[in-house]
Design a protein around this ligand. Structure first.
Ligand code: SAH
Length: 269
Protein backbone atom coordinates (compact mmCIF):
# COMPACT_ATOMS: atom_id res chain seq x y z
CA UNK A 1 0.00 0.00 0.00
CA UNK A 2 1.12 3.50 -0.73
CA UNK A 3 2.73 5.18 2.23
CA UNK A 4 1.24 8.45 3.37
CA UNK A 5 4.19 10.26 4.83
CA UNK A 6 1.95 12.82 6.37
CA UNK A 7 2.76 12.41 10.01
CA UNK A 8 1.58 8.82 10.34
CA UNK A 9 -1.37 9.84 12.49
CA UNK A 10 0.72 11.55 15.17
CA UNK A 11 0.66 15.26 15.83
CA UNK A 12 3.55 16.84 14.00
CA UNK A 13 6.33 17.82 16.36
CA UNK A 14 8.81 18.82 13.66
CA UNK A 15 9.17 22.51 12.93
CA UNK A 16 8.37 21.88 9.29
CA UNK A 17 5.11 20.50 8.07
CA UNK A 18 4.37 18.83 4.76
CA UNK A 19 1.98 19.44 1.91
CA UNK A 20 0.29 16.43 0.39
CA UNK A 21 -1.80 17.04 -2.70
CA UNK A 22 -4.36 14.29 -3.09
CA UNK A 23 -6.84 13.30 -5.77
CA UNK A 24 -10.35 12.51 -4.61
CA UNK A 25 -11.47 10.86 -7.85
CA UNK A 26 -14.58 11.58 -9.87
CA UNK A 27 -16.99 12.24 -7.00
CA UNK A 28 -18.26 9.17 -5.16
CA UNK A 29 -16.48 8.56 -1.86
CA UNK A 30 -15.97 4.87 -2.67
CA UNK A 31 -13.80 5.92 -5.61
CA UNK A 32 -11.26 7.58 -3.29
CA UNK A 33 -8.20 5.43 -2.65
CA UNK A 34 -7.52 4.18 0.91
CA UNK A 35 -4.15 6.00 0.77
CA UNK A 36 -5.90 9.33 0.17
CA UNK A 37 -8.48 8.62 2.89
CA UNK A 38 -5.70 7.87 5.40
CA UNK A 39 -3.92 11.06 4.46
CA UNK A 40 -7.04 13.18 4.95
CA UNK A 41 -7.65 11.48 8.31
CA UNK A 42 -4.12 12.44 9.45
CA UNK A 43 -4.29 16.05 8.21
CA UNK A 44 -4.22 19.13 10.43
CA UNK A 45 -5.58 21.38 7.68
CA UNK A 46 -7.49 20.51 4.51
CA UNK A 47 -7.53 23.01 1.67
CA UNK A 48 -9.56 22.85 -1.51
CA UNK A 49 -12.25 24.06 -3.81
CA UNK A 50 -15.56 23.99 -1.95
CA UNK A 51 -17.28 21.61 -4.41
CA UNK A 52 -14.71 18.89 -3.72
CA UNK A 53 -14.74 19.51 0.04
CA UNK A 54 -18.55 19.32 0.16
CA UNK A 55 -18.33 15.79 -1.23
CA UNK A 56 -16.05 14.91 1.73
CA UNK A 57 -18.07 16.52 4.53
CA UNK A 58 -18.11 13.35 6.70
CA UNK A 59 -14.34 12.88 6.47
CA UNK A 60 -13.58 16.48 7.37
CA UNK A 61 -15.43 16.73 10.67
CA UNK A 62 -13.25 18.39 13.33
CA UNK A 63 -10.51 19.56 10.95
CA UNK A 64 -9.42 23.03 10.02
CA UNK A 65 -10.83 23.61 6.55
CA UNK A 66 -9.84 26.28 4.08
CA UNK A 67 -12.30 26.25 1.24
CA UNK A 68 -12.18 28.67 -1.61
CA UNK A 69 -13.89 29.37 -4.87
CA UNK A 70 -12.35 28.48 -8.21
CA UNK A 71 -9.78 30.96 -9.63
CA UNK A 72 -8.02 31.42 -6.30
CA UNK A 73 -5.52 28.68 -6.95
CA UNK A 74 -2.40 30.77 -6.37
CA UNK A 75 -3.69 32.12 -3.06
CA UNK A 76 -4.69 28.60 -2.04
CA UNK A 77 -1.18 27.25 -2.74
CA UNK A 78 0.50 30.10 -0.88
CA UNK A 79 -1.71 29.43 2.18
CA UNK A 80 -0.65 25.78 2.00
CA UNK A 81 3.02 26.81 2.22
CA UNK A 82 2.37 29.31 5.03
CA UNK A 83 0.56 26.64 7.06
CA UNK A 84 3.16 23.92 6.36
CA UNK A 85 5.96 26.30 7.36
CA UNK A 86 4.12 26.73 10.69
CA UNK A 87 4.41 22.95 11.21
CA UNK A 88 1.04 21.73 9.95
CA UNK A 89 0.29 18.63 7.94
CA UNK A 90 -1.56 20.24 5.07
CA UNK A 91 -3.65 18.28 2.60
CA UNK A 92 -4.66 19.96 -0.65
CA UNK A 93 -7.62 18.35 -2.33
CA UNK A 94 -8.04 18.11 -6.10
CA UNK A 95 -10.86 16.36 -7.92
CA UNK A 96 -9.87 13.40 -10.09
CA UNK A 97 -6.08 13.10 -10.15
CA UNK A 98 -4.07 16.00 -8.67
CA UNK A 99 -1.52 15.83 -11.48
CA UNK A 100 -4.00 16.17 -14.38
CA UNK A 101 -5.24 19.74 -15.02
CA UNK A 102 -5.10 20.25 -11.25
CA UNK A 103 -3.04 21.55 -8.33
CA UNK A 104 0.16 19.47 -8.21
CA UNK A 105 1.96 21.44 -10.91
CA UNK A 106 1.15 24.83 -9.44
CA UNK A 107 2.36 23.70 -5.99
CA UNK A 108 5.76 22.78 -7.41
CA UNK A 109 5.94 26.02 -9.40
CA UNK A 110 5.19 28.06 -6.28
CA UNK A 111 7.65 25.98 -4.22
CA UNK A 112 10.37 26.86 -6.72
CA UNK A 113 9.32 30.51 -6.70
CA UNK A 114 9.45 30.62 -2.87
CA UNK A 115 12.64 28.55 -2.83
CA UNK A 116 10.77 26.43 -0.29
CA UNK A 117 12.17 23.32 1.36
CA UNK A 118 8.73 22.07 2.45
CA UNK A 119 8.21 18.44 1.36
CA UNK A 120 5.52 18.02 -1.29
CA UNK A 121 3.91 14.64 -1.78
CA UNK A 122 1.45 13.73 -4.55
CA UNK A 123 -1.13 10.97 -4.04
CA UNK A 124 -2.97 9.91 -7.20
CA UNK A 125 -6.71 9.71 -7.69
CA UNK A 126 -8.97 8.23 -10.34
CA UNK A 127 -8.98 10.80 -13.16
CA UNK A 128 -12.09 11.69 -15.16
CA UNK A 129 -10.52 9.99 -18.16
CA UNK A 130 -10.49 6.72 -16.17
CA UNK A 131 -13.94 6.92 -14.64
CA UNK A 132 -15.58 8.16 -17.85
CA UNK A 133 -13.87 5.55 -20.03
CA UNK A 134 -15.03 2.83 -17.64
CA UNK A 135 -18.64 4.03 -17.86
CA UNK A 136 -18.46 4.01 -21.67
CA UNK A 137 -17.03 0.50 -22.04
CA UNK A 138 -13.50 0.29 -23.45
CA UNK A 139 -12.77 3.37 -25.56
CA UNK A 140 -9.11 3.84 -24.52
CA UNK A 141 -7.76 0.45 -25.56
CA UNK A 142 -5.44 2.12 -28.04
CA UNK A 143 -3.31 5.29 -28.04
CA UNK A 144 -5.15 8.34 -26.82
CA UNK A 145 -4.63 12.05 -26.20
CA UNK A 146 -6.31 14.31 -23.66
CA UNK A 147 -7.00 17.90 -24.67
CA UNK A 148 -8.52 20.53 -22.41
CA UNK A 149 -10.69 23.01 -24.29
CA UNK A 150 -10.25 25.66 -21.61
CA UNK A 151 -8.43 28.65 -23.07
CA UNK A 152 -8.25 30.51 -19.76
CA UNK A 153 -4.58 29.53 -19.29
CA UNK A 154 -3.73 28.15 -22.76
CA UNK A 155 -3.97 30.16 -26.01
CA UNK A 156 -6.74 28.86 -28.28
CA UNK A 157 -4.24 28.54 -31.18
CA UNK A 158 -2.26 26.00 -29.13
CA UNK A 159 -5.41 24.02 -28.39
CA UNK A 160 -6.36 23.99 -32.08
CA UNK A 161 -2.88 22.86 -33.08
CA UNK A 162 -3.06 19.95 -30.64
CA UNK A 163 -6.53 18.98 -31.84
CA UNK A 164 -5.26 18.87 -35.44
CA UNK A 165 -2.26 16.79 -34.35
CA UNK A 166 -4.27 14.30 -32.29
CA UNK A 167 -7.04 13.97 -34.87
CA UNK A 168 -4.68 13.56 -37.82
CA UNK A 169 -2.64 10.92 -35.99
CA UNK A 170 -5.83 8.92 -35.26
CA UNK A 171 -5.55 9.12 -31.47
CA UNK A 172 -8.69 8.50 -29.44
CA UNK A 173 -9.31 11.99 -28.03
CA UNK A 174 -10.60 12.82 -24.54
CA UNK A 175 -11.86 16.38 -24.26
CA UNK A 176 -11.68 17.90 -20.78
CA UNK A 177 -13.34 21.22 -19.83
CA UNK A 178 -15.50 21.08 -22.96
CA UNK A 179 -17.90 23.90 -22.11
CA UNK A 180 -18.78 26.34 -19.36
CA UNK A 181 -21.42 29.02 -19.01
CA UNK A 182 -19.04 31.55 -20.56
CA UNK A 183 -17.12 29.27 -22.94
CA UNK A 184 -19.69 27.77 -25.29
CA UNK A 185 -18.09 27.87 -28.77
CA UNK A 186 -14.94 25.82 -28.21
CA UNK A 187 -16.67 22.46 -28.40
CA UNK A 188 -18.21 23.32 -31.78
CA UNK A 189 -14.82 24.41 -33.13
CA UNK A 190 -13.11 21.30 -31.75
CA UNK A 191 -15.69 19.05 -33.41
CA UNK A 192 -15.23 20.89 -36.75
CA UNK A 193 -11.48 20.25 -36.59
CA UNK A 194 -11.90 16.57 -35.74
CA UNK A 195 -14.43 16.17 -38.59
CA UNK A 196 -11.66 17.13 -41.02
CA UNK A 197 -10.02 13.78 -40.20
CA UNK A 198 -12.82 11.46 -39.00
CA UNK A 199 -16.16 10.21 -40.33
CA UNK A 200 -19.33 11.82 -38.98
CA UNK A 201 -20.34 8.33 -37.81
CA UNK A 202 -17.29 8.07 -35.45
CA UNK A 203 -18.54 7.05 -31.99
CA UNK A 204 -18.47 9.71 -29.27
CA UNK A 205 -19.01 9.03 -25.56
CA UNK A 206 -20.31 11.83 -23.37
CA UNK A 207 -20.19 11.36 -19.59
CA UNK A 208 -21.44 13.94 -17.13
CA UNK A 209 -20.85 13.65 -13.38
CA UNK A 210 -19.30 10.17 -13.49
CA UNK A 211 -20.04 8.25 -10.24
CA UNK A 212 -22.12 11.15 -8.85
CA UNK A 213 -25.84 11.13 -8.15
CA UNK A 214 -26.52 13.06 -11.38
CA UNK A 215 -24.34 10.83 -13.57
CA UNK A 216 -25.38 10.75 -17.22
CA UNK A 217 -23.85 8.57 -19.94
CA UNK A 218 -24.45 8.80 -23.68
CA UNK A 219 -22.87 7.09 -26.67
CA UNK A 220 -23.54 9.07 -29.84
CA UNK A 221 -21.42 10.11 -32.84
CA UNK A 222 -19.57 13.15 -34.22
CA UNK A 223 -22.59 14.09 -36.33
CA UNK A 224 -24.98 14.28 -33.38
CA UNK A 225 -22.79 15.03 -30.37
CA UNK A 226 -23.67 18.73 -30.11
CA UNK A 227 -27.31 17.86 -29.41
CA UNK A 228 -26.24 16.42 -26.03
CA UNK A 229 -26.19 18.49 -22.87
CA UNK A 230 -22.53 19.34 -22.27
CA UNK A 231 -21.39 21.13 -19.09
CA UNK A 232 -18.21 21.69 -17.08
CA UNK A 233 -18.87 18.35 -15.39
CA UNK A 234 -18.64 16.54 -18.72
CA UNK A 235 -15.82 14.59 -20.37
CA UNK A 236 -16.13 13.65 -24.04
CA UNK A 237 -14.28 10.71 -25.58
CA UNK A 238 -14.05 10.60 -29.38
CA UNK A 239 -13.18 7.28 -30.96
CA UNK A 240 -10.41 6.64 -33.47
CA UNK A 241 -11.06 5.30 -36.98
CA UNK A 242 -11.51 1.75 -35.61
CA UNK A 243 -13.75 2.51 -32.61
CA UNK A 244 -17.28 1.08 -32.81
CA UNK A 245 -20.34 1.05 -30.58
CA UNK A 246 -21.86 -2.21 -29.46
CA UNK A 247 -24.94 -2.53 -27.25
CA UNK A 248 -24.61 1.03 -26.05
CA UNK A 249 -20.90 0.72 -25.25
CA UNK A 250 -17.89 2.17 -27.00
CA UNK A 251 -15.13 -0.23 -28.00
CA UNK A 252 -11.72 0.60 -29.47
CA UNK A 253 -10.16 -2.63 -30.70
CA UNK A 254 -6.57 -3.20 -29.74
CA UNK A 255 -5.84 -5.44 -32.70
CA UNK A 256 -6.47 -8.90 -31.28
CA UNK A 257 -8.90 -9.76 -34.07
CA UNK A 258 -6.20 -9.18 -36.70
CA UNK A 259 -3.90 -11.60 -34.93
CA UNK A 260 -6.19 -14.21 -33.37
CA UNK A 261 -9.54 -15.89 -34.03
CA UNK A 262 -11.40 -14.37 -31.06
CA UNK A 263 -14.18 -16.95 -30.77
CA UNK A 264 -11.74 -19.87 -30.79
CA UNK A 265 -9.42 -18.12 -28.30
CA UNK A 266 -12.37 -17.52 -25.95
CA UNK A 267 -13.58 -21.14 -26.18
CA UNK A 268 -10.14 -22.41 -25.38
CA UNK A 269 -9.50 -19.85 -22.66
N1 SAH B 1 -7.98 16.63 -12.06
C1 SAH B 1 -9.21 16.29 -12.73
C2 SAH B 1 -9.52 17.19 -13.91
C3 SAH B 1 -9.85 18.62 -13.54
S1 SAH B 1 -10.29 19.57 -14.93
C4 SAH B 1 -9.13 14.82 -13.17
O1 SAH B 1 -8.07 14.21 -13.06
O2 SAH B 1 -10.15 14.27 -13.59
C5 SAH B 1 -12.07 19.55 -14.79
C6 SAH B 1 -12.68 18.69 -15.90
O3 SAH B 1 -12.56 17.32 -15.57
C7 SAH B 1 -14.17 18.91 -16.11
O4 SAH B 1 -14.46 20.03 -16.92
C8 SAH B 1 -14.55 17.62 -16.81
O5 SAH B 1 -14.16 17.65 -18.17
C9 SAH B 1 -13.66 16.60 -16.09
N2 SAH B 1 -14.35 15.92 -14.96
C10 SAH B 1 -14.02 16.01 -13.66
N3 SAH B 1 -14.83 15.21 -12.91
C11 SAH B 1 -15.68 14.59 -13.79
C12 SAH B 1 -16.74 13.66 -13.63
N4 SAH B 1 -17.10 13.18 -12.44
N5 SAH B 1 -17.40 13.24 -14.74
C13 SAH B 1 -17.07 13.71 -15.96
N6 SAH B 1 -16.06 14.59 -16.17
C14 SAH B 1 -15.38 15.04 -15.10
Amino acid sequence: MERCDNGGGRKSSSPQGIITVVGTGPGAVDHITPAVMACIAAADVVIGYSTYLDLLADQLAGKRIISSAMMQEVARCNSAFDLAEAGNRVVMVSGGDPGIYAMAGLLFEIAAERNSSIAIEVLPGIAAINSCAARLGAPLMHDFAAVSLSDLLTPWETIERRLHAAASADFVIALYNPKSKKRTEQITRARDIILQYRLASTPVGIVRGATRADEHILVTDLENMLAAEITMQTTIIIGNSCTYSWRGKMVTPRGYSDKYALQKACDEG
